[in-house]
Design a protein around this ligand. Structure first.
Ligand SMILES: *Cc1c(COP(=O)(O)O)cnc(C)c1O
Length: 419
């Protein structure tokens, strides 16, 4: 499949777009989103993913089936929280957040490409870094360098980020997630630095993460279709638009997905965009849903390339935002009603569902549950009044010692750290 940059470069084969991450002109790789009616529901997520992705990988060096079987070793089950609302549990991977799907697929893809020694440089608002580190941990030919904003991630997230060791190095940056992202962007703009370290990105700008994320929306929507609910509306908690874009891509590829509702936190840049068609870069504000504390959503450029017409975009997607007080209240109401603990990001999605229901929306809804609540126990446990059980993989990581070195928020400091 041929991919082009949002800024015009290309076309290049999909495999090359996966290996490069960012296009050489600084744009993001996109591809034609034509409906493909061939996607069928498999008995496992890996099977559905294969029918979805195989046509995109036809004629490429990589085999979609092999990638899907290696990457999708855990499922994304649907959990009802009332008669008509279902959480898509995306947190059954090694680091307990949805980013495991994309990171593992990307790591499999890059490993099979026999690249020269590569440094995966990743800015994280909390969960990406751990997912990428887990996916590349001890893979020969790869080194992972993680930047996270010091003090802006949960204690468990921070521990997890520093707990890998071996080929993974972790830095706590004295700045925000946007600072971390800017440092990474500036490093990638330095051609000599990129060549010296074989720098590669694993952020949500990489198609290698977006493509596999479509799979769980495809699988859940097809399951709902089988139950007689098609197309199904979906709510996606989002900040950087990575997960949400994957849902929209799946819709455009012909999956039975209806309207997509974006649930953001107090970082309201996407709302501004949907109202005016423009967005102003702004500093991110810290919220309880910290993995969505994004002032400049990097995938917006892809969204506007794929949906150049704002009216058409609005027909498919809308955005709403949720404040911290509502996040807290929603965690509490869901717990009391169902004994299900949800993370603060998922709570944004459920709060949007509550508003939709209040406005008369009656059709079934899928809500992406983006992380396990145990990653945010300091927020969740005081609200529900009891401990959240730790998933096994997370418990194992938290038992290991964690190391993160401090780093100034400048590309100079990063260059020195890369060695
Ligand atoms: C990364 C993340 C998000 C936001 O994902 P986007 O790619 O910005 O849409 C939401 N929730 C959790 C738990 C995350 O880790």
């Amino acid at each position: 499949m041929e991919c082009t940059s949002t800024r015009g470069a290309g076309p290049v084969p999909l495999t090359r777009a996966l290996a490069e991450g960012l296009a050489p002109d600084g744009g993001l790789y996109i591809f034609p989103l034509d409906a493909r009616p061939t996607v069928t529901l498999g008995t496992t997520l890996a099977e559905t993913a294969t029918t979805l992705l195989a046509p995109l990988f036809r004629g490429e060096l990589l085999d979609a089936q092999a990638l899907c079987q290696s990457a999708f070793t855990f499922d994304a089950p649907l959990l009802p929280i009332d008669e008509d609302s279902f959480l898509i549990e995306l947190f059954h991977g090694p680091t307990a957040a949805f980013k495991d799907f994309g990171a593992r697929f990307l790591a499999e893809a890059l490993s099979r490409l026999a690249l020269p020694p590569t440094t995966i440089l990743v800015a994280t608002s909390g969960d990406t870094g751990a997912a990428v580190a887990a996916a590349f941990h001890r893979r020969s030919g790869f080194r992972v360098v993680i930047l996270y904003p010091d003090g802006r991630v949960s204690a468990r997230q921070a521990h997890q980020l520093g707990a890998f060791g071996d080929n993974v190095r972790t830095y706590k940056v004295s700045g925000s997630f946007d600072d971390c992202q800017r440092m990474v962007k500036e490093a990638f703009a330095d051609k000599a630095l990129v060549a010296k370290h074989g720098l590669s990105s694993a952020n949500s700008i990489s198609l290698g993460r977006l493509l596999p994320q479509m799979a769980y929306y495809a699988h859940s929507a097809l399951l709902m279709q089988q139950r007689g609910h098609a197309p199904v509306d979906v709510i996606v908690p989002t900040g950087n638009l990575g997960n949400a874009l994957a849902c929209l891509m799946a819709k455009r590829l012909g999956l039975p997905i209806g309207h997509v509702f974006l649930a953001t936190n107090a970082n309201r840049v996407l709302l501004e965009f949907f109202e005016t068609g423009r967005s102003t870069a702004r500093a991110s504000v810290p919220t309880l849903a910290n993995a969505m504390d994004v002032g400049v959503p990097s995938n917006l450029e892809r969204l506007t390339s794929w949906w150049p017409d704002l009216e058409k975009l609005r027909a498919d997607v809308s955005a709403d935002w949720v404040d911290d007080e509502t996040i807290r209240r929603t965690i509490g109401t869901v717990w009391r009603a169902t004994r299900t603990a949800i993370c603060p990001h998922t709570a944004c999605g459920v709060a949007v569902r509550d508003r939709l229901r209040a406005k008369g929306h009656r059709a079934p809804l899928l809500i992406a549950a983006t992380a396990h609540p145990a990653k945010f126990e300091t927020i969740v446990e005081p609200i529900i009044g009891e401990p959240v059980e730790l998933p096994e993989a997370l418990a194992a990581l938290l038992k290991k010692p964690a190391i993160a070195k401090p780093l100034e928020p400048t590309v100079g400091a990063l260059t020195a750290a890369l060695g």
